[in-house]
Design a binder for this molecule. Sequence first.
Ligand code: DQA
Length: 152
Amino acid sequence: MSVENAGAKNILVIHGPNLNLLGSREPGIYGYETLQDINRNLSQAAEKVQVRIAFFQSNAESALIDRIQQTMTDGTDFIIINPAAYTHTSVAMRDALAAVRLPFIEVHLSNIFSRETFRHHSYFSDMAVGVISGLGSKGYELAMEYALTIRQ
Ligand code: DQA
């Protein structure tokens, strides 16, 4: 990544339910990379541009909400989030993101629009800076690259 960092300095990456199973979970859809692989690649990219990056995964909606709320005091200035199945159900996580008022990019490994109809709606997309869906783990890297270009 060869981007001059004029933007985010403190990024939080949030992974929703079942993403802890990446690597073995429906690999035809989500690929063979594990969550640890994805986080490691992002950490390495962040280190190169001297950005602080933190990761959080939970299967519990309340824990995800608590972590989003923590950003009000922990210095996070940008969120990259894959809400996973909560994308399609969670008004509560949407409200948490609205409350903390941080810019965020919504990422999905799969193309949610080419899948079942119930995956086509997201409670997050209209509030997001942007949405990346269907580019696999590359989506997280592109989201980070973009976050670095946004003037705060
Ligand atoms: C997902 C897509 C969601 O519909 C699904 O529930 C997930 C993962 C993705 O990354 O493609 O768990 O967010």
